[in-house]
Design a protein around this ligand. Structure first.
Ligand code: GRG
Length: 313
């Protein structure tokens, strides 16, 4: 059994560095001199994409890639950036899901990442269309802007990511909306979290594996998948806990909203303490899948797992 990781790695510094890398790559990609008209669309996209966010999904892609490269030996070209491009594509998908999630017909939130939500800053129709365009842009980034990975690797990334939203986020959101204002049991809530939140987190981890290893290692992908899935469910539990225990300023989105909307959440169903225990158990479980591979030597994947339960926003 693996206990909480005590490793001499500065996780905060690592997360900050990789977040800056993703932020600057996205900023360069969506250069206002290049993406100009219609300005309403591109301004809405830049507003929602370049406005912060922890970038944890993109970081997981980069961290998995880097861990595998460390273990397997690095013979990548010096200017290899395909993992960063893919991390950005993942963050584009995530950002579009937040735009749509905030819409009045969905979670109806006026605040996101400490600023008015996209539909508040622009309009509902612009927010919907910006989100639609972003889905295409994410895929286009992988097709056009990855330079070294093979065509097969590109297809695997696209297949994984498109499946994660069509069979994960979207069905998860449908189920989430279907129980709002109603009760549901813990197993059903876990199913929703798995789809709505964990599928994209899982896919982000696997993307790093696909980019690092040209010839697929099914065993490795299975273990990465289980690591990501458990991490993802824990991430949603912590999200639910923070909605109760934190404040709007720290969260950058409206706190206490789940209760107001009568949403079945982990704290609502099993209480805060049991929710915390459950998230810790899932993190332990996630880390145990790394034990099946050489990735157990990856301090960063272990530390990111621990960060999930200690995060404050
Ligand atoms: C992707 C096609 C497509 C549709 C989206 C609206 C929708 C369908 C799904 C909603 C998915 C959703 C918003 C799940 C919640 C996941 C979650 C915990 C989000 C918060 O993520 P953080 O904390 O946010 O990583 P930051 O701002 O740090 O990026």
């Amino acid at each position: 059994m693996i206990s909480e990781t005590r490793l001499n790695i500065d996780i905060k510094e690592y997360l900050d560095n990789k977040k800056s890398l993703i932020d600057s790559h996205l900023k360069k990609t969506f250069d206002p001199d290049f993406y100009v008209k219609p300005s309403e669309l591109w301004n809405a996209i830049r507003y929602s994409l370049l406005n912060g966010g922890k970038r944890i999904r993109g970081i997981l892609c980069i961290a998995t890639y880097e861990s595998l490269i460390d273990l397997c030996g690095n013979n990548q070209p010096k200017n290899f950036e395909d993992h960063i491009t893919t991390a950005c594509a993942i963050e584009i998908i995530h950002a579009m899901s937040l735009i749509h999630d905030d819409l009045p017909c969905m979670d109806n939130d006026d605040l996101r990442r400490g600023k008015p939500s996209c539909h508040k800053a622009f309009s509902e129709s612009t927010a919907i269309l910006a989100g639609d365009a972003m889905l295409g842009l994410a895929i286009q980034q992988i097709i056009e802007n990855t330079k070294y990975i093979s065509g097969i690797q590109k297809l695997k990334l696209i297949n994984l990511l498109t499946k994660s939203f069509s069979f994960g986020l979207v069905p998860g959101q449908i189920l989430d909306l279907s129980v709002t204002g109603k009760s549901c049991n813990l197993n059903f809530l876990k199913e929703i979290s798995m789809l709505k939140t964990a599928e994209l987190i899982k896919a982000s981890v696997i993307c790093g594996g696909i980019i690092a290893i040209r010839n697929q290692d099914n065993d490795l992908i299975e273990n990465l998948s289980s690591y990501g899935l458990n991490l993802g469910i824990a991430f949603q539990i912590v999200d639910d806990i923070l909605d109760v225990t934190s404040d709007t300023k720290t969260l950058g989105k409206t706190s206490g909203k789940d209760e107001k909307q009568k949403k079945p959440t982990y704290p609502a169903i099993i209480g805060i303490e049991k929710s915390k225990e459950l998230s810790f158990d899932l993190i332990m479980k996630a880390k145990s899948y790394l034990q099946n591979t050489d990735l157990i030597k990856s301090q960063i994947l272990l530390s990111i797992a621990d960060y999930i339960t200690s995060r404050v926003n």
